[in-house]
Design a protein around this ligand. Sequence first.
Ligand SMILES: C[S@@+](CC[C@H](N)C(=O)[O-])C[C@H]1O[C@@H](n2cnc3c(N)ncnc32)[C@H](O)[C@@H]1O
Length: 265
Amino acid sequence: MPEWFVHAAWAVFVLLALTAAFFFTFTRGTLILRGLRPGPKSPGAHIYPIYEDMRLIRLIDWQPINSAILLFQYHRLVAMITEHLKRSDLRGGRVLITSCAFGNVIPKVADVALAGGAARLQISDLVHNELLNAQRKLGGAGDALELRQEDAASMGLPDGSVAANVIFFLLHELPDPMKLQVLNEACRVLAPGGTLYLAEFHRPERPLLRALGWLYFKTFEPMALALWHTHDPLPYLQAMPGLHCERRTLFFGNYQVITATRVAD
Ligand SMILES: C[S@@+](CC[C@H](N)C(=O)[O-])C[C@H]1O[C@@H](n2cnc3c(N)ncnc32)[C@H](O)[C@@H]1O
């Protein structure tokens, strides 16, 4: 084996190990340390520092990193949402994005919503810095933009007030009871004819992908695994009255986009 190849392999290995250590430190590692502290937990105790510290936000909010984290399926997931949004009647309505996400999903949804005639683009998140970062990415939204610092599990929005609600990879980072509260809230605020768009991890079909996924989630994001079993969002949404639900999966079942539309009166 040529010497340059051995050096290159080591360099790649060290880079990957350092990246994994970085993400572990600023995600699950911090949550483990927080859990050791005595006293009551705050509503944001489950939130990773990568969403709280502006320097970390700016470091990680880079499209290639976020595409790679989603195994280069990011653009396909966003397109599944925006294609459906384009076919919806958003004129004069409100489009809500519940919790910020890195990458271009927020600007892409905003573009489609405003081009479709939405009167208001509401972005909610528990973390102020995430809202500021979203605002930075949305230079053109102008007066239509409304930033809301609030908990997705208990929102201040009125019942039936939004034409669309986009939730991009939030559920897997939430404690299990909060997953259900967020789904309840997401549906409560849907206007008749309005649609919830839920992009998330899904239990992979292939055993090898499932084994790798299990290992990844056990190490970095243990709260995600409930989505494969006990907290699959689809049956939970289907059990709610007045919703028409559909699920599309992609990349060997590794990801899903669920749409849940409130049947018009
Ligand atoms: C959508 S999730 C993860 C998305 C994905 N990892 C990404 O960034 O592409 C991350 C966001 O959810 C927010 N968040 C977490 N729990 C929340 C809650 N209970 N209510 C509102 N926002 C929340 C965090 O502050 C963070 O901005």
